[in-house]
Design a protein around this ligand. Structure first.
Ligand SMILES: [Zn+2]
Ligand SMILES: [Zn+2]
Length: 140
């Protein structure tokens, strides 16, 4: 008699690429500069204060929306040579080998007061697009 083995769910490995040198990054970090976060928070506050209407979303305001702080992927070699963050929030690539691990980190990051000041959503979307450009069920 044969028993049907239940398939063990697996997670997709992330192929990290260094944004500085463009090479695959086996070790390194996903990081974001605290100064960029502070700048983005202040710019968002200023933008909110001067936009035309607090209720309606004016299209003109959308075009002047300040950009968010950018998450970076940097390999160890580049981190040693040109890491110029003025202190950063850093996740070592070894801690995010798969998309499941990335989801766990996202749940953790979401609780940060500064989460919205960063481009995490666009960052993850781009990563997903790079790994599975033709995957069905993509919302956008
Ligand atoms: Zn690099
Ligand atoms: Zn950094």
């Amino acid at each position: 008699m044969t028993t049907t083995q239940q398939a063990t769910p697996t997670s997709t490995d992330i192929r990290w690429v260094c944004s500085a040198c463009g090479q695959p990054a086996a070790t390194g970090a996903v990081h974001i500069d605290y100064r960029a976060i502070t700048d983005a928070e202040q710019a968002a506050k200023a933008w909110d204060a001067r936009r035309h209407s607090l209720n309606a979303f004016d299209l003109a305001d959308v075009f002047t929306m300040p950009s968010r702080a950018q998450w970076q992927v940097t390999c160890d070699g580049c981190l040693q040579e040109q890491h110029d963050c003025g202190g950063c929030y850093e996740i070592s690539l070894g801690q995010v080998p798969t998309f499941t691990a990335l989801l766990r980190w996202q749940a953790h990051l979401y609780a940060k007061s500064w989460f919205d000041a960063t481009n995490w959503v666009a960052f993850v979307h781009r990563l997903a697009q790079e790994h599975a450009p033709n995957e069905s069920g993509a919302a956008w």
